[in-house]
Design a protein around this ligand. Structure first.
Ligand code: RB5
Length: 143
């Protein structure tokens, strides 16, 4: 079954966010766009918080946040209880953040990764499942 996804960005991640959204829609995912909707400068913590709260409420299974580096989005998103946001710029980390850490938000930097790498990262992140077992005990300790 396809996963439900919420995506958001600030102005610095706006272009990559739109490309990822179109890419996922072309693969028949339903993607809710939490903004930003223009290239006007905006504050990434606002978008991070709104996406993170939706993930914490289980309104969507997975979140994707894009800013210039992915770092600010991840720091802000991880302030919300129940959120496990991972900044990723390679496919191995994307996979491991799901297998071992059960990440529920993927943070990308438009100034760090190109479009094709970002798509590969998103694919492997969505296709990788949490391994549970000993990792579940550790992930539970986050809370
Ligand atoms: C915006 O210039 C930039 O600071 C933001 O997109 C992000 O990279 C912060 O972590």
């Amino acid at each position: 079954m396809l996963k439900t996804i919420i995506i958001g960005s600030d102005h610095a991640g706006f272009s990559l966010k739109n490309k990822i959204k179109s890419y996922l829609e072309s693969k028949n995912y339903e993607v809710f766009d939490a903004g930003t909707h223009t290239t006007e400068s905006c504050d990434y913590p606002v978008i991070a918080k709104s996406v993170a709260q939706k993930i914490a409420q289980n309104a969507y299974e997975y979140g994707i946040l894009v800013c210039g580096t992915g770092i600010g989005m991840s720091i802000a998103a991880n302030k919300v209880k129940g959120v496990r946001a991972a900044v990723v710029s390679d496919t191995c980390s994307a996979k491991m953040s799901r297998l071992h850490n059960n990440s529920n938000i993927l943070c990308l930097g438009e100034r760090i990764v190109g479009e094709e790498l970002a798509k590969d990262i998103v694919d492997i992140w969505l296709d990788s499942e949490f391994l549970g077992e000993r990792h579940a005990k550790r992930v539970a300790m986050f809370e």
